[in-house]
Design a protein around this ligand. Structure first.
Ligand code: HEM
Length: 523
């Protein structure tokens, strides 16, 4: 009898299970592929129903969404179904500008309490404090995040403070360069060039923001913890038993927090720059403990260091790896130094002169940001929204502007979009660069546009100029360096790092390096 025929039964049941799974999979694919509204953007179904896109992001990192965006060049926005929700991905600048303008229903702030709680390890009380009045109406009650946002954006706005801070920070980075170059006689063997830049920028920025007794100056090993924190951010954000699943980042964060607590308790905050002191003042007004203030200080140090480090590295590497570019940029730097001496006396380096004279250096900087920056500007959809009167976005879902997809579009940047070509940013004096203002995503855009962009540009251009002027980077065999691929398999929380850390020899240029010991950075 068939019922007792085990072989036949197991084949039948296996068939039933397979048919069942296939049916379920088709049903899920069909339902998740349906639009929630006739005007919802084109739905891209994953191969594995429901969880496929999430899985894709986990396995492939930031490149997953970028590639999907580039597969649909005619669509300015796409819908990616995820369990219980949608992610809308914007891949075109004018629609990105619409997202940025629509601050009433599209906002980053509702996402911030949960993100910062996980990444920084905030306690419940602080979480509740920062969750209040996230997007205050004009004249309405304000909350912590709105106050901090306004303080940081106002402080970093164009003016005397940002100019002075830029000069101080660039001076500090050049001092670190002098210390490193001066200490390396005779020239040592090959070093990891990214680690070399990291050391200078980490130590220099920590000092410029938090003063001479900052935690990294007091305990230099904390620099390792800082980078472990950075590299484990994704694990902290996922938040499943972070002390185990992201153990190095977690331990690093906790050691840095303890060191910042010591810094505050010892009264060293007095030596910090005013933007840092103002943040702490606001945190105290909202009743935050020293431990929570220490975590916030870490987040500011993070913002100040990570992008500046990786950008500096790429700009220097791209120039050292191309002899004709190197010759051109060095000539511009010599002219900027001459102009600086004429304006501000001997041995001065004027940041304004660099920005005016070093057009190739500035173009390399922008092109490095275009190629390396694949960030997402994310907004929560607070109400059903008709974006640009055309695309329906569902309340509760998120919309992200894909920097990777926009920076990779040949319709914007031309057929050489995949090449490194700083020439695309070399413009005639007085003319714009001809790209849509929202096409360049290096600093994000709209309400979350990086507040530190002016400061960062000043600091990085001045510092890279001095690196290019004072030292040579050569390959371990003495030849030219080659440029590695970027690692786009991670979540792009900042400018992408190289897939393999390049090694090179850092050789001071005997005459030119002398200027470092007398250098005075001015605006
Ligand atoms: C080349 C260097 C830098 C790059 C490429 C960069 C890029 C970015 C990007 C892409 C964002 C997110 C924008 C968005 O979501 O739309 C951001 C946010 C931010 N950046 Fe920068 N940044 C740099 C340097 C700095 C520096 C030196 C500081 C100084 C502390 C800084 C402070 C911040 C802060 C505080 C935010 C958060 C803004 C908010 O409240 O939403 N950045 N940055």
């Amino acid at each position: 009898m068939a019922l007792f025929d085990i072989e036949a039964w197991s084949i039948n049941s296996a068939t039933v299970i397979i048919i069942g799974l296939l049916t379920l999979s088709f049903a899920l694919r069909y339902t998740s592929g349906k639009k929630l509204h006739p005007s919802e953007p084109t739905v891209v179904q994953p191969w594995i129903p429901v969880i496929g896109h999430l899985l894709g992001m986990v396995v492939h990192g930031g490149r997953y969404i970028k590639r999907i965006g580039l597969c649909y060049p005619q669509e300015p926005i796409l819908t990616l179904p995820v369990p219980g929700s949608r992610i809308y991905v914007v891949t075109e600048p004018s629609l990105a500008a619409s997202v940025q303008r629509n601050t009433r229903t599209l906002s980053m702030t509702p996402l911030l309490p949960e993100i910062t709680k996980r990444v920084l390890g905030l306690d419940k009380t602080t979480y509740h404090v920062i969750s209040k009045n996230l997007d205050p109406e004009p004249g309405g009650p304000r909350g912590f995040l709105a106050d901090i946002h306004d303080w940081v954006y106002t402080s970093f706005g164009p003016g005397e403070y940002v100019n002075t801070l830029s000069c101080e920070a660039a001076q500090e980075l050049c001092f670190q360069l002098l210390e490193t170059v001066g200490a390396t006689v005779p020239v040592p063997g090959p070093v990891d060039l990214l680690a070399w830049v990291r050391h200078l920028v980490t130590v220099g920025t920590a000092k410029a923001f938090f003063g001479p007794h900052n935690p990294i100056a007091e305990e230099p090993d904390l620099a390792q913890d800082f980078w472990a924190f950075d590299h484990g951010l994704g694990g902290l954000l996922v938040g499943i038993l972070p002390s185990i699943t992201a153990s190095k980042a977690y331990a690093g964060r906790e050691r840095l927090t303890a060191a910042f607590c010591k810094y505050f308790e010892a009264g060293h905050l007095e030596e910090a720059t005013s933007i840092v002191r103002g943040r702490v003042r606001i945190e105290k007004e909202y009743g935050m403990s020293t431990d929570m203030t220490a975590r916030s200080a870490l987040s500011f140090l993070f913002a100040g260091i990570v992008n500046a480090t990786t950008t500096t590295f790429w700009v220097a590497l791209r120039i050292f790896a191309n002899q004709s570019l190197l010759g051109q940029v060095r000539q511009e730097i010599r002219q900027a130094l001459e102009a600086s001496s004429q304006r501000s006396g001997p041995d001065s380096l004027s940041i304004a002169a660099i920005k005016e004279t070093c057009t190739t250096l500035s173009a390399v900087y922008r092109e490095c940001l275009r190629v390396g920056s694949e960030n997402f500007s994310v907004r929560m959809i607070k109400e059903d929204t008709m974006l640009a009167d055309r695309y329906f976005l569902k309340k509760g879902a998120v919309v992200q502007i894909s920097g990777g997809a926009i920076h990779g579009r040949s319709t914007i940047w031309g057929q050489d979009v995949d090449e490194f070509n700083p020439g695309r940013f070399l413009k005639e004096k007085g003319k714009g660069d001809g790209f849509h203002p929202a096409a360049f995503r290096g600093f994000g855009g709209g309400k979350t546009l990086c507040p530190g962009r002016e400061f960062a540009t000043n600091e990085i251009l001045a510092f890279v100029a001095m690196v290019i002027h004072a030292v040579d980077w050569v390959a371990p065999d003495g030849g030219s360096l080659s440029v590695p691929e970027k690692n786009d398999r991670v979540m792009p929380v900042h400018i992408l790092e190289p897939a393999t850390a390049p090694e090179g020899i850092v050789r001071p240029r005997s005459e030119e390096a002398k200027v470092l010991s007398r250098l005075k950075v001015v605006m």
